[in-house]
Design a protein around this ligand. Structure first.
Ligand SMILES: [Zn+2]
Length: 257
């Protein structure tokens, strides 16, 4: 059962990821519409006290200490931060879209509404990570950069790494324009056929398959894809595209403990 219900929250877990983690749905929080209800995004117009309360509820549901959090200002880059300690309260956010840690007292946390959350776990070297990959991050090789950084910083062997592609906008809902199509073709060449889909004269981009392909190329040993489309299921997930920007952000959390 990939969905867990506790403390009024409902969250998704991967079968193959045997470390503490969750992708939270929108259920169980304190925010009103259009952020109903577990919005953890602080830049979407919701009251910051409610956002804070929602984050505390999320951490409590997983049994994580709120002060163990390490989060970043997500900017659609392929920049990495290796967290050596929780982010001190009051310290400004670093801009990055990949966070890694080998410290059991650090809980990595990110925010999503259609972009792809990718969890990473190397049980042999005891390293966890989470990455944020929308179309831009995907084309900037977030998946590859994460694996390379795990090799370099933590001596991970890619075959030991488990990578999990979380709920995000699916190929059925992800129409892209000419400029993005061109970038995909430039990057993937013949393999573009695997990641672009023709749909009633429009072109759709398969972010799940693309990230899977990048992870396979990087030598990742085990890949699990949730296959849940956020735009199909706005009863569970915030979807920037399906809700035309008037929505919240759901949380994704991972730690070694
Ligand atoms: Zn869909």
């Amino acid at each position: 059962m990939p969905f867990i219900h506790t403390h009024g929250l409902r969250y998704f877990q991967f079968d193959t990821l045997h470390t503490r983690h969750a992708v939270f749905t929108r259920h169980g929080g304190v925010s009103p519409a259009p952020w109903g209800s577990l919005n953890v995004g602080g830049t979407v117009g919701d009251d910051l006290e409610r956002v804070r309360e929602n984050r505390l509820l999320s951490f409590r549901a997983l049994g994580c200490k709120p002060e163990s959090i390490f989060d970043v200002w997500q900017v659609h880059s392929a920049d990495v931060v290796c967290a050596r300690a929780p982010r001190p309260a009051g310290e400004s956010y670093r801009q990055a879209d990949i966070i890694l840690t080998d410290k059991p007292d650090v809980t990595l946390f990110m925010r999503f509404a259609d972009c792809v959350p990718i969890f990473f776990y190397d049980p042999r070297k005891a390293v966890v990570g989470v990455a944020h990959a929308g179309w831009m991050g995907t084309l900037r090789d977030v998946a590859t950069v994460t694996v390379h950084t795990m090799r370099k910083q933590y001596d991970s062997n890619p075959t030991d790494i488990i990578a999990c592609i979380g709920p995000s906008i699916g190929p059925d809902h992800y129409e892209i324009g000419a400029d993005v199509i061109l970038q995909v073709i430039q990057k993937f060449g013949d393999e573009s056929e695997q990641v672009l889909r023709s749909n009633n004269g429009k072109i759709h981009f398969d972010l799940w398959r693309t990230n899977q392909l990048l992870l396979e190329r990087a030598g990742v040993g085990k890949i699990e894809v949730a296959g849940i489309c956020t735009a199909c299921h706005t009863e569970d997930w915030f979807s920037h595209r399906a809700e035309k920007g008037r929505t919240g952000r759901f949380g994704a959390l991972i730690s070694l403990q």
